[in-house]
Design a protein around this ligand. Structure first.
Ligand SMILES: Cc1cc2nc3c(=O)[nH]c(=O)nc-3n(C[C@H](O)[C@H](O)[C@H](O)COP(=O)(O)O)c2cc1C
Length: 376
């Protein structure tokens, strides 16, 4: 209906009720303890994100298996000993009135550990990863499922499978990184096999009505990479399996360094056209779009045009944790925008340092640096 603000209308997905259309999409900032457990810095950060007024917080990518950790500071869920800390995290988010989702990941050829598993031995920097055997594949599928079970036990309202950014699931889907000649490589049907085995195992473990979302790579943003002709087919496979939502993104680490990507990435709502394309390919699965959605007007337009059903904020929410409340008029004042020419948060995490935002005021930046033991 014209004039009605969709951004603040509720949405039910399985048993999860989203109080509005704002979801924090996962944002790894390097705040976990160096053993992958929940730190007080991480807890305070998510408390603030959850207090923003967003309907749901999807906690950053969390390792389902020791072989798939991207950094020592990546959260882990590969053992029952991680459950108590994660339980505190879920409760902290929920106490602020947001749904708590947790993203499950295996980084594959981007793991920081010496043992790097991948569909094929495609060089990553100077390292040639190990081609996964059938046994490795089965073990990682089980690890994703076990991670979902632990997340549920820890009290999360749902999980999200990380099928974006060029991590293991994408490494199987993409013909650039999957050169296998067995049933896991070659045709799209074969390249989808491992990702769908993961999805099936997670859905089975999660049980009926427990939301299992999916971070969905619509396009690798590389000439020889995955494009919507193939990913739309995959999206329909995910829809047939009843994933809770598709959180659409584009680009992988191989694309992030290219000038074309860096140019496009500075534009407002730079991935919304991919979300729209995937939304058209499926018939009803809710679609999330993120990517520099700086203004509530842009968010509203995306929803009104039915390009997506939920608005994802990551860096944008870090730059202004009051974005949702300002958008709703609960808190006065202009929204502090994420600076397109900055990328400080990404650069800090790449250096293994806890990230902060250049848009925070001086006092906040100094307090943060003091807390993490760096002089301001
Ligand atoms: C430093 C950094 C860490 C990120 N970590 C994750 C992650 O753990 N999982 C994921 O799916 N996406 C991750 N993303 C992607 C974001 O969820 C989001 O899609 C992207 O940043 C665009 O939204 P934004 O402009 O609001 O930040 C990350 C992005 C950045 C910059």
């Amino acid at each position: 209906m014209a004039g009605e603000r969709r951004l603040f209308s509720p949405l039910r997905i399985n048993r999860a009720v989203f109080k509005n259309r704002i979801m924090m999409t996962p944002l790894y900032l390097g705040y976990a303890n160096p053993d992958g457990t929940v730190s007080s810095l991480l807890l305070d950060h998510y408390r603030e994100m959850a207090a923003s007024g967003a309907a749901a917080i999807v906690v950053e990518h969390t390792g389902v298996d020791p072989s798939g950790l991207g950094s020592p500071y990546m959260l882990r869920i590969d053992d029952a000993r991680f459950i108590p800390g994660l339980s505190n995290l879920a409760r902290a988010i929920q106490a602020e009135g947001a749904l708590a989702f947790l993203q499950l990941n295996h980084t594959g050829r981007y793991a920081y550990t010496p043992e790097r598993l991948a569909p094929s031995p495609v060089k990553t920097g100077d390292v040639v990863p190990q081609k996964m055997t059938q046994k490795d594949i089965e073990q990682v599928v089980r690890a994703f499922a076990a991670g979902a079970g632990r997340a549920r036990e820890a009290g999360f309202d749902g999980v999200e499978i990380h099928g974006g950014t060029g991590y293991l699931i994408v490494q199987f889907l993409s013909p650039r990184t999957n050169h296998r000649t067995d049933q896991y490589g070659g045709t799209l049907q074969n390249r989808m096999r491992f990702p769908l085995e993961v999805v099936d195992a997670v859905l089975k473990e999660a049980g009926q009505d427990y939301p299992v979302g999916y971070r969905f790579l619509a396009d690798e943003w590389l000439p020889d990479g995955l494009h919507p002709e193939e990913t739309a087919v995959y999206a329909r496979e995910l829809e047939n399996r009843r994933v809770a939502y598709l959180s659409v993104m584009a680009g992988t680490y191989d694309a992030f360094v290219l000038p074309e990507y860096q140019q496009r990435e500075k534009e407002e709502a730079y991935m919304a056209h991919f979300a729209s394309e995937i939304k058209k390919a499926v018939s009803g699965t809710p679609v999330v779009t993120a990517g520099r959605i700086q203004s509530p007007e842009t968010a509203e337009r995306i929803l009104q045009e039915s390009a997506a059903d939920l608005i994802g904020l990551a860096r944008v929410l870090l730059a202004d944790p009051l974005w949702p409340q300002k958008a709703q008029g609960i808190v006065p004042g202009p929204i502090v925008a994420c600076e397109p020419a900055c990328s400080l948060c990404m650069r800090r995490t790449m250096k293994g340092k806890p990230a902060f935002c250049s848009q925070w005021d001086k006092e906040r930046r100094e307090a943060f640096l003091k807390r993490v033991g760096e002089s301001a």
